[in-house]
Ligand binder design. Structure first.
Ligand SMILES: Cc1cc2nc3c(=O)[nH]c(=O)nc-3n(C[C@H](O)[C@H](O)[C@H](O)COP(=O)(O)OP(=O)(O)OC[C@H]3O[C@@H](n4cnc5c(N)ncnc54)[C@H](O)[C@@H]3O)c2cc1C
Length: 383
């Protein structure tokens, strides 16, 4: 295997790693993936805005279209949305594979290959373990698109417990469910998830993803929710589970460039802190990352040029993530009664029309900030 010929090695063959590879058009790129197949195991609810879908290249795998959401808190439900299609639900396995097929026009793949970094003579060495055999190389560029737990990011000191919170998740795919398949359900209920929320996302007629994200113990909490939450219990009373998955979400970001190593996607914390959505941000940042690396390798630039990647991605989504992190701090201090009060305030003060008009899945903090600033009447201002 001639691994020396690659200018760039991307560690992690998820959608973000693949789009990064696709965006480096003029150099030799290798994408390594630890699993034997692209797109498995599933760790996602697959809900993507229209804009996000376009950014991902409108891949195959769309199974449903969404017009809005029911937000439930305690005894109150808000119905947001109208006739307009706002999002798509994807079968991630199909989506990821389709994106990988596109990427394969510009990059080679090596599956069943685990990548890790070591320092040798002040340079980063990449060690690839492929089916038990180890290869050591020094590519010009190493990109860590290795997801939430990014060993690449940790091993070079970019990620630590101080700059990143990790939430865990559990999700069931269920069939035989009586649901209006145009609307997702979001349950903000601290009795089941103290630090995040629970979702029911229709994947078409009769089929849903039911998931919960929190600090830990998610399987038990999700089963408790399905068996005991009054709305979920009724909706899922005849349901059968056909798939089970667990995953992790990063909240917060750190530096994303060190020498010739760049982080992108979940590895970089390019995720919305309020909803956990990372596909749109990841795809957007993957393109920025790919273009910067392409230019760096095509010109006689010094390593500092790579820092433009961090400048550019932060310029696009940094403020949205920062506001989301501030709102999350407030959310963590709230109890069920306070959350229900806010939902009632939205209902009674005409804010639903505002949300329908200005709501943007890719900038959720914009609307939440507006609601909070109105609700707390001048006591709270986000900068
Ligand atoms: C429960 C849950 C629900 C979600 N729902 C949504 C949603 O509805 N909408 C949305 O936009 N986002 C959602 N997300 C987030 C979304 O899944 C991620 O943002 C997205 O998958 C990020 O893509 P990625 O390529 O950066 O990372 P990943 O998809 O995690 O891919 C990383 C890849 O790297 C591989 N890898 C890791 N380490 C190594 C290594 N050392 N060597 C080789 N390979 C390695 C992994 O096997 C994996 O294939 C959800 C996440 C979770 C956990």
């Amino acid at each position: 295997m001639d691994l020396e010929k690659y200018d760039v090695v991307i560690v992690g063959g998820g959608p973000v790693g693949c789009i990064t590879g696709e965006s480096i058009k003029n150099h030799n790129v290798l994408i390594v993936e630890e699993h034997q197949s692209i797109g498995v195991p599933l760790q996602c609810a697959g809900l993507v805005s229209k804009r996000g879908s376009k950014e991902l290249g409108d891949p195959k795998g769309c199974v449903n279209k969404i017009r809005g959401a029911y937000i439930h808190a305690k005894g109150t439900t808000l119905n947001i949305g109208n006739e307009e299609i706002r999002a798509y639900v994807y079968e991630r396995k199909v989506m990821d594979k389709d994106i990988a097929i596109r990427a394969s026009k510009h990059a080679d793949f090596l599956l069943k290959t685990y990548g890790r970094i070591k320092i040798e003579k002040n340079k980063y060495k990449l060690i690839l373990n492929h089916m038990g055999e180890e290869f050591e190389i020094f590519p010009k560029i190493i990109i860590g698109s290795d997801g939430t737990k990014s060993t690449i990011g940790k091993s070079i000191g970019l990620i630590n417990n101080k700059n990143r919170e990790i939430l865990s998740s559990c999700q069931f795919e269920m069939v035989d469910v009586d649901i209006d398949d145009d609307f997702v359900h979001v349950f903000i209920d601290k009795d089941y998830s103290r630090e995040f929320f629970i979702w029911i996302i229709p994947m078409g007629k009769d089929r849903v993803r039911v998931g919960l994200c929190d600090k830990g113990n998610c399987y038990k909490k999700l089963v408790d929710f399905i068996n005991n939450h009054p709305i979920a219990k009724e909706m899922l009373k005849n349901a059968t589970t056909t798939e089970f998955s667990v995953g992790a979400l990063p909240i917060g970001y750190s530096k994303t460039v060190k020498d010739n190593v760049l982080l992108v996607g979940d590895a970089a914390g390019q995720v919305k802190p309020l909803t956990g959505g990372g596909l749109y941000y990841g795809a957007r940042c993957a393109k920025i990352c790919g273009e910067i690396v392409d230019k760096y390798l095509s010109n006689d630039y010094d390593l500092d040029y790579l820092k433009n990647y961090e400048k550019l991605w932060k310029r696009e989504i940094g403020r949205e993530i920062d506001i989301g992190l501030k709102i999350r701090k407030i959310f963590l201090k709230m109890n069920n009664n306070q959350i229900e009060k806010i939902l009632n305030f939205i209902k009674n003060s005409g804010l639903i029309e505002y949300i329908n008009e200005h709501g943007d899945m890719d900038k959720p903090s914009y609307v939440v900030k507006h609601v909070f600033e109105n609700y707390f009447k001048g006591f709270l201002k986000f900068r």
